[in-house]
Design a protein around this ligand. Structure first.
Ligand code: HEC
Length: 284
């Protein structure tokens, strides 16, 4: 009995000791700061103006390296999104060159984009992207806001269940875009990488993409990296979850319906069980 307990204690100690050991070289990334998003919480919806600004940042900066292949130009005029008019979406499409074909001679050719086209990739293939960018491969950004996030740990994940925190993706994207700093002394940075506080491992192959004043805003919004980061992160959240507005609206309607139904069922139950709880009253 005693020896069995001894083995158990030894196992527990070994587990505790191992849990504290991280693989050599692994660097814990800082937790991204929490931002205020218009689409947070049970009633939060996208801010149309912010999505339009975020699209401008993607178009003028990110689209030189990152594809957005799950998104079609017509989506830009869908309800619940950046709400461009169809004519505006068509103009945006015409600004991109799309590969089409083959033509009568069997050759592929380039033509201006149509509203039904998907966003064309900036590079023909992954190898071309790596060759142009010194080995780094920019991921497609269509669903990156859903594909990235971070562990908030106890006790936050308990609170998150109540506050419906689902903005880990945009928080992370915004943090990455704002997270370029000088490496701490002694950090071995590979030659083709930059130091980023929030990127796991800290050595990111993406050169700092944004600087203050780089993208012009016409609505008086500050043209700072901080603002660009939040706007493009919101736009990418919409790209990854275009039906968020409709989903929240439907969820709210369902909750109202369930509350009314609960009340009706409660009164029905009282009515049905009345003779059982009050047998004397219901005698003839
Ligand atoms: C010069 C090319 C270039 C530009 C411009 C660029 N990126 Fe990147 N990006 C990259 C590369 C390369 C990677 C891959 C980094 C890696 O894996 O180390 C990357 C990675 C990323 C990632 C993924 C990080 C992760 O967790 O894996 C995100 C998100 C991202 N970029 C967002 C953006 C946004 C938003 C913009 C526009 C503001 C942008 N990028 C502009 C080249 C670029």
């Amino acid at each position: 009995m005693n020896s069995r307990r001894g083995i158990l204690v030894a196992c527990a100690l070994a587990w505790l000791a191992l849990a504290g050991v991280r693989p050599a070289g692994a660097q814990e990334a800082d937790a991204p700061p929490l931002q205020h998003w218009s689409f947070a919480g049970p009633f939060g919806l996208y801010d149309t103006a912010q999505l339009q600004r975020g699209f401008k940042v993607y178009r003028e900066v990110c689209s030189t390296c990152h594809s957005l292949k799950l998104l079609a130009f017509r989506n830009l005029s869908d309800p619940g999104g950046p709400s461009f008019s169809e004519a505006q979406a068509a103009t945006i499409a015409a600004g991109f060159q799309v590969t089409d074909g083959p033509n009568d001679k069997g050759e592929m050719f380039q033509r201006p984009g149509k509203i039904s086209d998907h966003f064309p990739p900036p590079f023909a293939n992954d190898q071309a992207a790596r060759a142009a960018l010194g080995g780094g491969l920019p991921p497609d950004l269509s669903v990156i806001a859903k594909a990235r996030g971070y562990e908030r740990g106890f006790p936050w994940f308990v609170f998150d269940a109540f506050t419906e925190y689902q903005e880990g993706g945009p928080d992370y994207i915004d943090a990455i875009l704002n997270g370029y700093t000088d490496p701490p002394a002694g950090f071995a940075l590979p030659p083709s990488a930059q130091y980023n506080k929030y990127f796991p491992g800290h050595a990111i192959a993406m050169p700092k993409p944004l600087s203050d004043g780089q993208v012009e805003y016409t609505d008086g919004t500050p043209t700072t990296v901080d603002q660009y980061g939040r706007d493009v992160a919101a736009f990418l959240m919409w790209a990854a979850e275009p039906t968020l507005d409709a989903r929240k609206r439907l969820g709210f309607q369902v909750m109202i319906f369930l509350i009314v139904l609960t009340a009706l069922l409660y009164f029905t139950k009282r009515r049905v069980w009345h003779p059982v709880h009050h047998p004397l009253e219901s005698r003839p």
